[in-house]
Structure formats: C-alpha cells, structure tokens
Design a protein around this ligand. Structure first.
Ligand code: ADP
Ligand code: MG
Ligand code: MG
Length: 477
C-alpha cells in the first residue's frame, strides 16, 4: 500500500494546510475552543470564537471490501437493536444503567404514550488483519454499537468534502483522481431525514423537533448542520434544550400527554445528551428525562434502544446462541457474527470466572470496559489486573472484557488547532443507521453515511471530543 502522507513535501503541506483551514472555517467544519482556564462559563468561546475541528489533512487508505461489509450489514444491526429492545431481558449491571432501566420500567408500567421509536445509530469498527494477509483483505471487527447521541455525522460529511476538494484542487496525495475512491458520506441529510420522517409520523404540522443538548456544548456545529438541513429540506424547526430546561419549561397535556416546552408542542425528542452520568448532575435532569419519556413525543432513541447500546448487551449477544435468539435467519446471524470479536463477561458465571482468571494471568490483548459512553472510560494492559484486584465480585459485574483489535498502522498528518502533526495512525470506521418503527411495522431501515476517526498509535482511546482522535475520510483501496 502506498504511503500517501510521506510523499508530501513541506511546500505541499503548507498549501494543503492553508486550503484546509479556509475550507474548514468557511464550511462550518469547526468546534468551539476549550474554555480558557479562568472562564468557567465559557463566555469567550460562546461569544464567537471557533477553531477548525480536529481533522486529518488527507484521507486514510481503507480496504474497500471492509467498508462495503460495514455498510452492507448496517440495516441488520438497526433491526437487531429494535428486536432486542422488545425483549424483557435488558441488563442492569450498574447504578446508572439501573436508574435508566427503572425509568424504562416506570414508563412501561404507566403505559407508553408513544409506541413509535426512532433510531439514529452508529456501529463502530476497527479492521483486523491476520498474519501475512494483504491490507485489502482486512476484516471489520465491531468495537461497539452506539444507539444514543451519535455524533460527527455532519463533521464527517464535511471532512469528506474537504478531502475531495483538496484532491481536486491540488492532486497532491494520490494519482488516482477517480473521486469514487473517496466515498461521500450523506450523514447530515440522513440524520435530518430520519428526524423528518419521525416528525411526519407524529403528525402535527405546528410541532417542532427538540434536540436535547449538553450545556456549553463545544461540538454544537456538528449538531447545527442537522438543524439547518432539517429546516431546509423538510421545513421542520428544531429547538435546542438542556435536560434541566426540559424540566423547567416542559409540561404534558393531561389528556394526550403531548409534550410542550412553553407553548411549543414537541414532535420528536432527539437526544444529543442524556447518555453519561455527568448529564444528570442533579435530580432536575432526571425529572427532565422522565417528562420526555412519559410524553407522546417520539424519542430518538427510546430508553430501550439506549439500553440495547450498552457494552453488556454487546457481550451477552456474542455468547453462543444469544444472537441467534433474535436473528432467526442463519445467514443474517452469520454476517453479524463475522463482525464480532471476543467478548467476555466478568460476572459469577463459569465463563465470567474463567475470563477473570485469564485476565489476571495475562491482560495484554484485552480491553476492560464499564457501561459508559463518550470515550476515555476503558482500561488497558496492566491496569486491568490492578483494577480487577481492587473490585469486589459484584463490582466486576459492571464491566466486560473484550479482545483488543490491532489494526494495520498507516500514516497521516493531523490538523488540530491550526497546527500540523505527522503521525503513525490507526483508524476506526463508523456507519450510521436510521431506523423508524411505528409500533406495528418498520417505517424506515436505512444506512446513514459513515465516519472515519483516526488517532495516533500511542493513544488507546479514539474519542474526537475527548481529544484523542481527528475526523478523517476514506480513500478506498
Ligand atoms: P465509548 O462508548 O466510550 O466510545 P468504545 O467501546 O468505543 O467506548 O471505546 C472507546 C475507544 O477505545 C474506541 O474508540 C477505541 O479506540 C478503543 N477500543 C475500544 N474497544 C477496543 C478494542 N476491542 N480494540 C481496540 N481498541 C478498542
Ligand atoms: Mg459508545
Ligand atoms: Mg466508541
């Protein structure tokens, strides 16, 4: 495989960098800078300063077959999430997940007002190469399946646009000017159209979509593009509220349980928050969540979808026969299983005890994961053994173990805060899925574009927002 990044001269790098920065700033491929040390309310940043989103300067070579596999199976994952969400066996292995589960049970018991559910998912993969295998034969292995607050749909589309622009205007980084090797991602449109479909299903022309956001969100532009696209293509207005604002300003119509924020009826509640413990600093945020869940508004996602996205569910599904409980067609089950890597419980079962003992003996090829989202929570290498020893058997239940996936290393140039950095990198592919069910039948089950995140090899975690990775695009090989 040719090494695109190493062939670039310093002059070419400078030209690409200047062009990339102007493109990023003029196309909203931006984030708010981290708050200055003494600016706890982030006023400087909110007043208008932005910086380029962390991006790669050029696309990263990626095996075309692996990309096609990931895109092909996305509707299967969308359907699987829905089918598991209809099962009673959702797990409650730690306090946060239990709180969500209790909320789910409470709303079920009251009788759900809204039978429909909208999913905007993203299944993430790292590619794996067997010894001696060619790069182009690499296979996708699923890292996790995200069902709530999936981000970077917009910035990913824009980064692909940037790379195609740079290729068209400079021709520097590949001789292959065939733009089909740089597949565009339509995730802005897909996510917006998913919201539009749910809004239409709700059936009120005057209602608005509500995005539930985190206070002081630095990644707001990724979210804004969805709002703008929804308005432009479908004429639907999206408002932004935090969980605390939902609690303060929201109410339910006593008869219909329609959700109102002030005088405004809400058709769809789209969560870009509500997935982390830090999203619920007080009981007020839980009140906001409960109000939304009780309401007639269509939720993206439902609590059940959110719970299906936990690492515990992923691990349970990988156990023999479990996936097959939900997927009756053996060829479909085989396609999904092909994307799994080794996943192990840390509970009191014989498998859990065996995994615990094996990890104490050697944890070099393992990742230990709590039931958390948003990056930066996993445990690696020798820390696994130290952590295992510090936990009681019951506390261990809240974690799973997973085989580490070691992808081939490539090279790229990272562009962060206006600065270039050459790096040996690894990438993680994400494929978006859009799924709408009305309670009786599937209304939509679609692919929704893709994301490539790239990080330096020395970093274990891959979160862009967490500061480890950059947004990239694919050069199919
Ligand atoms: P989160 O929900 O916090 O994003 P992930 O399961 O995606 O949790 O883990 C975060 C990051 O850790 C991933 O983006 C990836 O970089 C790394 N990671 C997770 N699981 C594995 C694995 N099995 N092999 C290699 N890296 C992994
Ligand atoms: Mg996640
Ligand atoms: Mg992740």
């Amino acid at each position: 495989m040719s090494d695109l990044a190493s062939t670039l001269t310093d002059d070419q790098l400078q030209i690409l960098k200047d062009a990339a920065l102007d493109f990023a700033l003029s196309h909203g491929l931006v984030v708010r800078p981290p708050p200055a040390a003494k600016d706890e309310h982030n006023t400087t940043a909110l007043a208008g300063g932005v910086i380029n989103a962390p991006i790669s300067l050029i696309p990263t070579p990626f095996p075309a077959n692996a990309f096609r596999d990931a895109v092909r199976i996305q509707p299967l994952y969308n359907q699987l999430v829905h089918d598991i969400s209809q099962d009673d066996a959702l797990s409650t292995v730690d306090d946060f997940v239990k709180r969500l589960y209790d909320l789910y049970l409470l709303v079920q018991k009251e009788g759900i007002a809204q039978p429909a559910s909208l999913g905007v998912h993203r299944s993430d993969y790292i590619i794996h190469l067997n010894q001696g295998q060619a790069f182009t034969d690499a296979k996708i292995k699923q890292v996790e399946l995200n069902t709530i607050s999936v981000s970077f749909g917009s910035l990913s589309s824009l980064t692909g646009d940037l790379h195609r622009y740079l290729l068209a205007t400079t021709g520097y980084f590949t001789d292959n000017m065939d733009m089909s090797a740089l597949p565009p991602s339509d995730s802005i449109e897909s996510i917006a159209s998913g919201l539009a479909s749910a809004h239409k299903l709700y059936g009120s022309k005057t209602a608005k979509v509500m995005m539930v956001t985190q206070p002081g969100e630095r990644n707001a532009f990724d979210q804004r593009w969805i709002e703008y696209n929804l308005l432009q293509k479908s004429g639907v207005v999206l408002i932004r509220k935090t969980l605390a604002e939902v609690a303060d300003q929201g109410r339910l119509d006593p008869k219909t349980r329609a959700l109102y924020i002030g005088e405004q009826e809400i058709s769809v509640v789209y969560y870009r928050s509500a997935y982390a413990t830090t999203d619920y600093p007080t009981e007020k945020e839980w009140d906001g969540r409960l109000l939304a869940e009780r309401s007639l508004a269509i939720k993206c996602p439902t609590i059940a979808y959110q719970l299906v996205g936990t690492k515990k569910v992923q691990q349970v599904l990988a156990a023999p026969g479990q996936l097959e409980r939900f997927v009756k067609d053996p060829s479909v089950a085989a396609q999904l299983r092909d994307s799994f890597t080794g996943l192990y419980p840390l509970d009191g079962s014989p498998e859990g005890i065996a995994a615990y003992e094996a990890a104490l003996a050697n944890s070099d090829e393992l990742v230990m994961k709590p039931q958390r989202e948003g990056g930066g929570n996993n445990i690696y290498g020798k820390d696994i053994q130290a952590t295992l020893k510090s936990l009681t058997a019951e506390q261990r239940n809240a974690y799973i173990l997973m085989d580490i996936i070691r992808p081939p290393i490539t090279k790229n140039i990272l562009l962060r805060k206006g600065e270039l950095q050459r790096a040996d990198v690894v990438s993680e592919l994400g494929v978006y899925g859009i799924y709408l069910h009305d309670g009786h039948k599937v209304i939509r089950n679609d692919r929704g574009g893709h994301l490539l995140r790239t990080k330096g090899v020395e970093s274990n975690e891959g979160g862009v927002a967490a500061g480890f990775a950059v947004i990239d695009s694919l050069l199919l090989v």
